[in-house]
Design a protein around this ligand. Sequence first.
Ligand code: IDP
Ligand code: MG
Length: 153
Amino acid sequence: MERTLIILKPDALQRRLIGRIIQRFEEKGLAIVGLKLVSISRDLAGRHYAAHKDKPFFPRLIDYITSGPVIVMALQGPRAIEMARMLMGATAGFEASPGTIRGDFGADQTFNLVHGSDSPEAARNEIALFFAEDELLDYSPAGSEWVFESGKT
Ligand code: IDP
Ligand code: MG
């Protein structure tokens, strides 16, 4: 089954929005199979965002993601990667559609509340960066049979 790495970024915690953001993913039917509160080191941030290391905004991105505690979550379900990104909305809050997390709560290009893996390969790598294998629990929440025809997350 597909898994994706979600990070509720420092602004989500500081603005006391984590409950409402997690609720979006729960309501969609994705299973939370890993979850913890962590402080991301600059080294880990650099590895997580390695694809952006030559971008002009990279130093600000590292400052931002290491500026306070974050919640990291692994979500599981059919098409979890794509569904999570749809729920998140466009990168910049000022461009994201209303109804999305960034569209409803965000107004900025850097401070955009949430990260979601963008491909199966990225998801595998990112989940491995943040979770040990025994921190990931495989289960289907009650009621999944009424969310997915397969009945499985
Ligand atoms: P994504 O989070 O929607 O996948 P990416 O392009 O992968 O967006 O960028 C990673 C993160 O870097 C964004 O979530 C945002 O916090 C920050 N970011 C992206 N583009 C810019 C920019 O043009 N200026 C400043 N920060 C940016
Ligand atoms: Mg990205």
